[in-house]
Design a protein around this ligand. Structure first.
Ligand code: PLP
Length: 369
């Protein structure tokens, strides 16, 4: 065939995406702040600049960008092992904990396997599950915006491979208690991986959520997922990790995209762990602001569940949601709206939190029953 014949061949269909990919929601980029007065409260990022030690480590490592990073992330895994009281063999790192979660799901699930999670929870869950050809099983939250663990246990079938627990839950902020997860772990088969996603664990009051490491030691089918993106303020560098039984952690390391965690991210993560005290001081300030906002919103008449994350959750029907989204938009405050469910607002610096409080105050009287 000549080139012309090829170009005019009758079958001109384009290569097609897999059905699972075609069915995914389009990626909607978070809007970036366009002006000084825009408050970026839509992505639960830290409003603080990176910890000075992390920024210095990145600057110092910048000259090595011509080299590939350590794909085994040995230094970071050993530093994490010391930090957590486990061995480096029990740790797998990835490009954000979302990256690690993708390694978990693709590493464990065959097409048609079930992955159970609460809904509403983290938006990435159904996307990663569908991308792997597995089946997302969404279990509605209970009336107190928390996980309905009885319903989740009842949803287990022979096809269940992974269960995702998010504590404190994004976007509702409600944690799962240690005792509830303990009972849940006794109720589910030990060949199901129970992932405890603790992206916001640093923001939670001591004792509000599980002692996940203790649960992991008792139940080797537990996998703990954590990130440097939130409290440590490294969202833009992409580094998170899992703690899991050595054979599983090793499998996760095998499923990783080679060199996915840059040397800069590895160095920044190690420096951030070394500067843990500074991180904790920042987190304490956010907790204090969270309590101040919650108290004031209660006085205003809003009925919110206490949040253990760096965000507040306002359940809203679509009418209230549209009103709030419009008001936040006009005020230059970026928040995350979830159709049919509500709106999530990141707790940040006092000045932007005050703007949120003033805005919400203007909407209480007319919108709350
Ligand atoms: C933000 C978040 C993550 C972490 O994302 P990274 O990929 O580590 O940036 C994981 N789980 C939940 C529930 C989150 O909200």
């Amino acid at each position: 065939m000549t080139r012309d014949q090829l170009l005019t061949a009758p079958d001109t269909a384009l290569p097609s995406l897999r059905g699972a990919v075609a069915g995914l929601p389009p990626y909607v980029p978070g809007r970036r702040s366009a002006g000084l007065d825009i408050a970026a409260l839509a992505s639960n990022e830290s409003h603080y600049e990176p910890l000075p030690a992390a920024a210095a480590a990145v600057a110092a490592a910048a000259g090595t960008m011509n080299r590939y990073p350590d794909s085994a992330a040995v230094e970071l895994r050993e530093r994490l092992a010391t930090h957590l009281g486990v061995t480096a063999a029990e740790i797998a790192v990835g490009p954000g904990s979302v990256g690690v979660l993708q390694q978990i799901i693709t590493g464990l699930c065959d097409a048609g396997d079930d992955v159970i999670f609460a809904w509403r929870s983290f938006e990435a869950y159904p996307i990663l599950v569908e991308l792997a050809g597995a089946r997302p099983v969404r279990i509605p939250l209970d009336d107190a915006e928390g996980h309905d663990l009885d319903a989740m246990a009842a949803a287990v079938t022979a096809r269940t491979k992974v269960i995702l627990l998010c504590t404190p839950n994004n976007p509702t902020g409600v944690p799962i208690s240690h005792e509830c997860i303990e009972a849940f772990l006794r109720a589910v088969r030990s060949d199901i991986l129970v992932v405890i996603d603790e992206a916001y664990v640093e923001y939670a009051e001591a004792g509000s959520g599980p002692d996940s490491l203790a649960l992991y030691r008792q139940h080797p089918n537990v996998c703990i997922l954590r990130t440097f993106s939130k409290a440590y303020g490294l969202a833009g560098l992409r580094v998170g990790y899992a703690v899991a039984a050595p054979a599983i952690a090793e499998g996760l390391r095998r499923t990783a995209l080679p060199f996915a965690v840059s040397a800069l991210a590895q160095k920044a993560a190690v420096a951030s762990l070394d500067a843990g005290g500074e991180m904790e001081a920042r987190v304490a300030a956010v907790r204090q602001e969270r309590a101040r906002m919650a108290a004031e919103l209660e006085v205003q008449g809003w009925r919110l569940q206490p949040s253990q994350g760096n965000f507040l959750w306002i359940r809203a029907d679509d009418h209230l949601l549209a009103t709030l989204v419009d008001a936040f938009d006009r005020a230059g405050i970026m928040v995350r709206a979830y159709q049919g469910d509500g709106v999530r607002i990141t707790v940040a610096a006092p000045a932007s939190n005050d703007r949120v409080l003033r805005l919400l105050e203007a909407h209480t009287a007319s919108t709350i029953d």
